[in-house]
Design a protein around this ligand. Sequence first.
Ligand SMILES: Nc1ncnc2c1ncn2[C@@H]1O[C@H](COP(=O)(O)OP(=O)(O)O)[C@@H](O)[C@H]1O
Ligand SMILES: CC(=O)OP(=O)(O)O
Ligand SMILES: [Mg+2]
Length: 375
Amino acid sequence: MSTVFVLNSGSSSLKYQLIDVETERSLVGGMIERIGEQGSGVADHGEAMRHALADLGTAHTIDAVGHRVVHGGSVFHEATLVTPEVDAQIDELSALAPLHNPANLQGIRAAQEVLAGVPQVAVFDTAFHQTLPPAAYTYAIDRELAAAHGVRRYGFHGTSHKYVSEQAALFLGRPLAELKTIVLHLGNGASVCAVDGGRSVETSMGLTPLEGLVMGTRSGDVDPAVLIHLHRQAGLDVDQLDVLLNRRSGLLGLTGSGDMRDVQERAAQGDEVADAALAVYRHRIRRYLGAYIAHLGGLDAIVFTAGVGENNVLLRRRVLAGLEFLGIHVDDDRNELASRVARRISPDDSPVAVLVIPTNEELEIARQTAALIAQ
Ligand SMILES: Nc1ncnc2c1ncn2[C@@H]1O[C@H](COP(=O)(O)OP(=O)(O)O)[C@@H](O)[C@H]1O
Ligand SMILES: CC(=O)OP(=O)(O)O
Ligand SMILES: [Mg+2]
């Protein structure tokens, strides 16, 4: 076993990489964006997949394909070989992740067609969070109704949270088993995870990837009564509410742009609407940070990752400002240093290590795929 082709289908993008699992080097890689948008030339994830395979060419052998699958419900606790039964279960879980699972399945089916006979492995965003205690995953609603419909918190971005928390332990040279870490995965989708001894014990996304932080186009937490109110008072039906909260909220809803770079640029030019949106974004993160420090009963490390977490100097400083009383300090010079590798942005002697660690979901998927195939 030496090469794994990894497919990471997002709601509107497809990232792919061919990874040599022995050297952990990427041999071929690319990204197709704006899938399904008018004028993009790529109608759906099946077509995007065919573009990716064409880019791959025939120069390489492929020993297995690893797929990111966003929702694994309570069914999948670990990387799983795709069989017709597994395909059907992923399909069934589409109701819980309509932006993601159908795209993941299209990727799987296109790969099966083009790479017939090559084992396909599904790696689930939810799997790492299967260790959440019931107190963290239970919604306080009618128990039987919830059970009948799979209504509980699952959590997402697990592949990233797992990878990054392990990298943090390696970086610090300390055993994972004794570390209390909070990971801030701030990308287009965003979530926080409390990791205690390598296990996810609390995370901000819930039944679907909508709960929690303010995101590019998703609202994150709202009082559920907002939906009832908007239905009764503004006449929005359930599909309109779905589109509102998942696709037209977050930074996009607050400012008209879902991209953090745009919002920050506008704020820097004195745009008060953009500045106020950044304040909401930061406030929500700090609410979770405080809560998770309490859940963990201590804290060794805070890790920033994903597009915003890895690149946004100002946001990192603002999120952690005023938390010195908790042993959380940021060294401004270290924070401002642009770099693509794992680094510490707190002083060496501060009680809590504040780290920036680039996530690599593709590598983690390749590792898990190779490990499963080797069994
Ligand atoms: N170099 C950068 N500098 C500042 N912000 C960035 C940079 N790269 C990405 N971002 C921000 O990160 C977000 C996208 O994160 P990313 O992790 O790439 O998203 P996805 O969830 O689609 O994988 C956007 O809001 C974007 O503005
Ligand atoms: C689960 C999720 O939100 O994924 P993404 O950040 O890729 O949209
Ligand atoms: Mg992402």
